[in-house]
Design a protein around this ligand. Structure first.
Ligand code: NOJ
Length: 542
């Protein structure tokens, strides 16, 4: 079975809560997505990745699942889901679901039974008589006491997200069955949430104390992860024409190659986070000044090291990341910097992912008070930093910059009330810039961010060198310019991006003047790159 489609295709991520509200309850839903399928068709994307729509108490917006085989009532019904799959397929768009199998919600019946030590469920989670010093991703202690069972359980995220015990074969079998259920319904693959955390050292030793993520040596890409993914692949995934992308927190490039090397049969590709650290130290809350080199270096490292061994993903945004324009571009040059960033990333080797709203240059929200934020992570981190003695001003500065809510404000469809997302007040405030930044106005403008995205999507289909060609850095040491070459026997493509707002005088060699395939400016100086100017040259080899 050919699996090429997942390498050639453009993926569009939908965060259902914020995409389109069809029944005016202020919350996005599946019928809303169905309504917008023509939009996706027009954009030209091939695959939709849908963030979780399963039944959930919504402590973490669906990443806390209480029933894997049912749909959350605010999002619709199983019938709606079937209709979505059918509608997308009719338009030749594949559907990839989110697969959250490191943990469940504490409302899941497996956890409830485990608490009561009912039969095979007794060891479905990690239980200990004494707590360990591990801490998790939301800045909390990772072991919490459960009165009823009289033991502590592990949760690497919120208290209501207990971690499953993957060393237990019954757990793995149940998960395999559940995945088969969805594949039989017609879904085309999965984005596997924090999948490099599923294996743990089951003795749960205390870890070396750290400010954040204590104990990570016992849960981050722990060796058994390869065994469990290989099993999942051979027993389930390989039986279908589907693809998997793993979200792999803090993964290094060598592990990523192991996880995605086709002959090892684990995952098809992973999301790495090195370039997401361009404006922070190891943990995202410790901010540092963004420099283009901090983005270019990791991107280039992953291009060079994964090339031909595994497979990369190309992304700048998702529902956990602030908007890229605020981090790596400039609001003063919204069009230029958004299109430059798209050029920089989407001409590389790997599968490209767009996060809803990125294609129109949506930007961060700025709430003054912590109460206005909805995200559980922002609230937990606020409490942690308060405990550590940080001032309110300092904490809010971090949260305004890094909160995941920056990416979760409603999709800006048009300039009508609530940006055309809903007729009533949405679950989270719409960004007030929606009268200027919206889909409808950009679609009718040839010089808009969305029109530029459409061009890139078309070009990737037209020139396989973008998908499969080799990669070579040009001007590697230049801190302001990101330039690289893609090539195969037929074509040579040169991509040059000025990653700053200052004009830049270029070295002659990269300015062939002729053969310009794409640019975000209409007039070009052969030697000067304007603020955030991006150019792509294509030469046919004779
Ligand atoms: C990663 C998801 O992307 C994020 O939104 C979620 O909070 C955690 N995993 C826990 O599932």
């Amino acid at each position: 079975m050919s699996k090429k489609w997942y390498r050639d295709g453009f993926v569009y991520q939908i965060y259902p809560r914020s995409f389109k509200d069809s029944n005016n309850d202020g919350i996005g839903d599946i019928p809303g997505i169905i309504e917008k399928v023509p939009y996706l068709v027009d954009l030209g994307v091939d695959i939709v990745w849908l963030s979780p729509v399963y039944k959930s108490p919504m402590d973490d917006n669906g990443y806390d699942i209480s029933d894997y085989r049912d749909i959350h009532y605010e999002y619709g019904t199983m019938q709606d889901m079937k209709k979505l799959i059918k509608t997308l397929h009719r338009h030749k768009i594949k559907l990839v679901m989110d697969l959250v199998i490191n943990h469940t919600s504490s409302e899941h019946e497996w956890f409830k039974k485990s608490v009561k030590r009912e039969g095979k469920y007794t060891d479905y989670y990690h239980w200990e008589d004494n707590p360990r010093n591990w801490t998790g991703f939301f800045g909390e202690k990772a072991w919490t006491y459960n009165e009823e069972r009289g033991q502590y359980y592990l949760h690497l995220f919120a208290k209501s997200q207990p971690d499953l015990n993957w060393d237990n074969k019954d757990v793995r079998d149940d998960i395999h069955d559940m995945i088969t259920f969805w594949l039989d319904l017609g879904v085309d693959g999965f984005r596997c949430d924090v999948i490099n955390l599923i294996a743990k050292d089951n003795r749960h030793p205390n870890g070396r104390p750290r400010l954040l993520l204590t104990g990570r040596e016992y849960y981050l890409t722990y060796p058994n992860v390869h065994k469990y993914l290989h099993e999942l692949n051979t027993k389930v995934f390989s039986k279908y024409d589907c693809f998997t992308v793993g979200e792999t927190a803090l993964v290094d490039v060598n592990d990523a190659v192991l996880l995605t090397s086709p002959k090892r049969k684990e995952l098809d590709m992973v999301f790495q986070f090195d370039h997401m650290g361009a404006d922070s130290y190891l943990v995202k809350w410790f901010l540092k000044k963004f420099r283009p080199m901090n983005l270019k270096k990791p991107l280039s490292k992953w291009q060079n090291k994964v090339n031909n061994k595994g497979w990369n993903t190309l992304y700048l945004e998702n529902h956990d990341q602030p908007r890229s324009i605020n981090r790596f571009g400039s609001l003063d040059y919204r069009y230029e910097s958004a299109t430059m960033l798209a050029t920089m990333i989407y001409f590389q080797q790997g599968t490209p992912f767009i996060y809803q709203g990125q294609e129109i240059g949506m930007s961060n929200i700025s709430f003054e008070h912590i109460e206005e934020y909805q995200d559980i992570e922002s609230h937990n981190i606020y409490k942690l930093f308060k405990k550590l003695g940080f001032t309110n001003r300092r904490i809010m500065k971090k949260i305004k910059y890094m909160s995941r809510d920056n990416a979760r404000t409603p999709m800006q469809w048009d300039d009508s009330m609530n940006a055309g997302f809903s007729d009533v007040d949405p679950w989270i405030q719409v960004n007030e810039n929606y009268p200027d930044i919206n889909v409808s106005s950009q679609l009718s403008d040839q010089q808009s961010i969305i029109s530029y995205y459409k061009k890139i999507i078309k070009l990737r289909k037209q020139y396989p060198v973008i998908v499969n060609g080799r990669y070579m850095d040009l001007e590697y040491r230049n801190p302001n310019i990101y330039a690289y070459k893609r090539f195969n026997k037929t074509y040579e493509m040169i991509v040059v991006c000025n990653a700053t707002k200052k004009p830049y005088k270029m070295h002659k060699a990269y300015m062939p003047v002729k053969n310009l395939l794409l640019s975000n400016y209409t007039d070009h100086d052969p030697l000067i790159l304007k603020p955030f100017e991006a150019r792509v040259y294509l030469k046919k080899m004779s």
